[in-house]
Design a protein around this ligand. Structure first.
Ligand code: KIV
Ligand code: ZN
Length: 402
C-alpha cells in the first residue's frame, strides 16, 4: 500500500516586519541579521524581512537578510504600487529564494476611508501590481488586507484577479483580529472552493492578529479549512495585540498532531532559545504565564500539582520543557551558587562567556541574589556584560526591575 505523505504547513515568519513595526520592537541591522540567522536555524520556510519602501533602514535590512539566508525564502512587503514593488524587487536582488509580498485592502471601510478607491480601482491595482511583481520575481504572495471584514464576493474576485496575474500564495489576513475560528474556517473554505478550486500550485495563507486573543485559534481553524501557510511571529509580537505566536502554533500542531496531522520544518527545541534571543533585542519580555516560552509555562507551585508532576509529569504537563528547548532546571541558582553553576547555566542559554565575563557577571549575580529569592533566566540575561552579541547591561536590567 502506498502511504500518502502528510501535508506540510509553510511557516512564514514576520517577526522582522509585522513584529518589528510595533512599539518597543525596533531592531538594528545587526540584530535583524542575527535573528534571521536564528530563524533559518529554527527552520522557518519564509522570513519576511521588512517593508522595503518604508525606510532606508528597512531596505538595508532586507538586503542584508537576503544575502545571509541561503535556505529560507526571504520576502519584502510592498503595496500594489509601482515604486513600492520595484523597491522590494531591488532589496531582494541577491536573495537565494526571493518573494515579493504585495497587498491592498479589500474591505469597504478601508476602500472608503483609507484608500479612497472604488472596487474597480482596487481590482485594477491588484492586476497591475501583481503582474509587475511577477516580472521581477517568480514567487509572488498577494494579501487582501482586512479580508475578514470584506464582502466575500468582492474578496474572491480580487483574489481571483491576483491568481490570474501571477500570484501563487493568497494571504487572507484578519488584520484587526476581529474574526472567530468558525468564521475563519468558513472564509478559507469559501476561498478554496471559489478561487483556488483544484489548483495545487496555489497556497492559501492565514495571517491572524490577536486583538481578541484568537490569533492562534483562528490560524489553526484556517488550516483545518485548507490553508497551508501560517504567518506568525516569535513571542507573538506585532501590531497592537500582536500576531499569532509561532511557538504556540508549532506546539499546537505538534502536541495535537492527532487532530491536525500536518508536518512542518521547525526544530521545536530551538523555540525557547529563539524567544530568548528576541527578548534581548526588543524592549520587553514575554508575560510569565505566556504559553510555551513564559517563565512559568512549566512551573508548578501548588502542592497538589507538584505531587502529581513528581509522580508522573504527564499529570499536569502536555509537553516537556526540553521539547521546546527550555534548559532543564536541576541546578537552582541562588546566592550560594558558584561561578561554575553560573557558567553552566549561561552555556545552556546559549552564551559562552569568557573567564573575565564570568567574573564580572558573577559579582552582579551575587548582589542580585542577595535581593531576589528566585533568579530567572531573564534576570541572568539582564546581567550580561555589554558585548555586540550580548545585549543589555546591568543598568538597563536595574531599570527594568525598579
Ligand atoms: O495585518 C495585515 O493585514 C498585514 C498585511 C500587510 C499582510 O500585515
Ligand atoms: Zn499584520
Amino acid at each position: 500500500m502506498i502511504m500518502k505523505k502528510a501535508q506540510e504547513i509553510v511557516i512564514f515568519d514576520t517577526t522582522l516586519r509585522d513584529g518589528e513595526q510595533s512599539p518597543g520592537c525596533s531592531m538594528d541591522l545587526d540584530e535583524k541579521v542575527r535573528l534571521a540567522r536564528q530563524l533559518e536555524k529554527l527552520g522557518v520556510d519564509v522570513i519576511e524581512a521588512g517593508f522595503a519602501i518604508a525606510s532606508d533602514g528597512d531596505f538595508a535590512a532586507i538586503q542584508a537578510v537576503a544575502e545571509e539566508c541561503r535556505r529560507a525564502k526571504v520576502a519584502s512587503l510592498c503595496r500594489t504600487v509601482e515604486a513600492d514593488i520595484r523597491r522590494a524587487g531591488e532589496a531582494l536582488k541577491n536573495a537565494a529564494f526571493p518573494r515579493i509580498h504585495t497587498f491592498i485592502a479589500t474591505s469597504d471601510i478601508h476602500l472608503e476611508f483609507k484608500l479612497k478607491k472604488t472596487r474597480e480601482e482596487v481590482l485594477k491595482m491588484t492586476a497591475e501590481g501583481v503582474a509587475l511583481a511577477r516580472e521581477l520575481c517568480d514567487d509572488i504572495e498577494f494579501s487582501a488586507e482586512d479580508s475578514t471584514r470584506s464582502d466575500v464576493g468582492f474578496l474572491c474576485e480580487v483574489l481571483s484577479v491576483a491568481v490570474e496575474s501571477g500570484a501563487t500564495t493568497l494571504n487572507v489576513p484578519d488584520t484587526v483580529g476581529y474574526t472567530t475560528p468558525n468564521e475563519m474556517f468558513e472564509l478559507i473554505k469559501t476561498v478554496r472552493e471559489r478561487v483556488v478550486k483544484n489548483r495545487e500550485d496555489i497556497t492559501i495563507s492565514v495571517h491572524c492578529h490577536n486583538d481578541l486573543g484568537l490569533g492562534v485559534a483562528n490560524s489553526l481553524a484556517g488550516v483545518m479549512a485548507g490553508a497551508r501557510q501560517i504567518e506568525c511571529t516569535i513571542n507573538g509580537i506585532g501590531e497592537r495585540a500582536g500576531n499569532a505566536a509561532l511557538e504556540e502554533v508549532i506546539m499546537a500542531l505538534r502536541v495535537r498532531a492527532d487532530k491536525f496531522g500536518f508536518e512542518n520544518n521547525i526544530n521545536a527545541q530551538l523555540l525557547y532559545p529563539t524567544s530568548q534571543m528576541l527578548t534581548e533585542m526588543v524592549s520587553f519580555g514575554v508575560q510569565p504565564n505566556k504559553a510555551i516560552v513564559g517563565r512559568n509555562a512549566f512551573a508548578h507551585e501548588a502542592g497538589i500539582h507538584q505531587h502529581g508532576v513528581l509522580s508522573n509529569p504527564l499529570c499536569y504537563e502536555i509537553m516537556t520543557p526540553e521539547s521546546v528547548g527550555v534548559p532543564s532546571n536541576d541546578i537552582v541558582l541562588g546566592k550560594h551558587s558558584g561561578r561554575h553553576a553560573l557558567k553552566q547555566r549561561f552555556a545552556e542559554l546559549g552564551y559562552d562567556l569568557s573567564p573575565s565575563e564570568i567574573d564580572e557577571t558573577y559579582k552582579n549575580f551575587t548582589q542580585l541574589a542577595d535581593r531576589k529569592k528566585k533568579i530567572y533566566d531573564q534576570d541572568l540575561i539582564g546581567l550580561l556584560p555589554v558585548r555586540n552579541d550580548l545585549a543589555q547591561n546591568v543598568s538597563s536590567f536595574e531599570a527594568a526591575i525598579a
